[in-house]
Design a protein around this ligand. Sequence first.
Ligand SMILES: Cc1cc2nc3c(=O)[nH]c(=O)nc-3n(C[C@H](O)[C@H](O)[C@H](O)COP(=O)(O)OP(=O)(O)OC[C@H]3O[C@@H](n4cnc5c(N)ncnc54)[C@H](O)[C@@H]3O)c2cc1C
Length: 456
Amino acid sequence: MNPQRILVVGAGHVGLYAALRLSKKLRSWEAEVIVVDPQPHMTYQPFLPEAAAGNISPRHSVVPLRRELRRCTIVSGTVTRVEHDRKTATVQPIIGPAREIQYDHIVVAPGSVSRTLPIPGLAEQGIGFKTIGEAIFLRNHVLDRLDVAAATTDPDVRRCALTFVFVGGGYAGIEALAEMEDMARDALKYYPELKPDDMRWVLVEATLRVLPEVDRDMGAYTVAQLLKRKMDIRLETRLESCVDGLVRLSDGDSFRADTIVWTAGVKPSPMLAQTDLPRDERGRVTCLPTLQVVDGDRVVDGAWSAGDCAAVPDLTGPPGAYCSPSAQHAVRQAARMADNIRAVIRGRQPVEYKHKHAGSVASLGLHKGVAQVYGIKLKGLPAWFMHRTYHMSRIPSLNRKVRVIVDWTLAFVLRREVVALGQLHDPREEFVEASTPVARDARPRNENLTGVDPRV
Ligand SMILES: Cc1cc2nc3c(=O)[nH]c(=O)nc-3n(C[C@H](O)[C@H](O)[C@H](O)COP(=O)(O)OP(=O)(O)OC[C@H]3O[C@@H](n4cnc5c(N)ncnc54)[C@H](O)[C@@H]3O)c2cc1C
């Protein structure tokens, strides 16, 4: 028998876990697993806020694919097209011509991208918070703004440098805001020129509450905690524009900010539009609870999907409910899907995915948190502890777990690092300058995310 070829598109929470399980549970004469992802690693997104805050090394919040998926073939590239009718995917490698890969089964798991709106200035001025690159850039940028503010004598430059705006109050936005503020507050101990009150951390949320994943009282507790830390929380408020860093809000307020972080939700990967797979009105691949792709009432042979890009019925919710885009569902769906693919290859029936969302845990900075798991509500230190133990148990591989624990321990004993390595984002600058016969004008250090002078 020829081994079945299983192509995994995307090695995130779904792709990595599914590939790992498939390659362990199927024999080499039964199947070969090919994994395509433009990144050489899986990013454990729930650790991005802690990586940005310097509690975890960036390298330890990602999982190297070639080390973890030794029994799979890894292709570094982007799937640009899927013609399932021909069971063929087009892959664009990092460099060189595109190539076609044929398969018997496809696991469609490219996840989601930031759901942005056509807000003037946002594309030029804002940054998302979904990748390790964004998280580390933001960390360096925030610390760099402290240096800018400490060095300048211009009050406008200082005010603008120390104004940080986060748009969207889901768990990604709240955790990013709270962790970054906590880090900046810590860093200010080494800046005698600056006081914590000089900083302005603004949350802009379109609805009347934050953290929709937990009960209202827990959302209200979170807002109270952030207000206690003197953050500026704007509920029922929208970002209207941010051209050249001039933030205009729907409540009529406007101010300048060097930092605008967009965390207002996600939408399915746009790559799905380049496939012949069925999608719903929100662009998600339509699935059965078995994680098989379904077109109306026809099961699409050999096509599987899960995670942020898939509409998977939630059998524990009311009729018509779908699983939320979360790591919690993604990793469990991955396991169920891998077992179902194995079952189908071995001529057995697939089993439906059923998991009642356990709740959410969110860190609000060192020793602070909020959690609601299986109806149990925790606040402050116990919630923060639960956040850490939960995610530690979830990040793949013993190797990562040990590294993360060592990072936390070192940060606890020696305090976390609060130095900006902004040079990493433009490493050739100095060399280019040295190699240029006529020296360029010294670049002023007051630029914001796009290099616009806030005083203009
Ligand atoms: C800051 C942050 C914090 C979060 N915290 C939590 C939390 O505490 N709890 C929780 O349950 N969830 C959390 N989430 C959500 C959770 O991380 C996602 O729901 C989960 O990652 C979805 O898994 P996925 O496999 O569908 O997508 P991803 O994990 O995003 O993986 C998608 C993969 O596909 C790859 N890819 C994309 N396009 C292509 C293509 N064309 N070809 C090939 N590969 C492609 C990407 O490089 C990526 O590796 C958080 C998310 C963020 C951003």
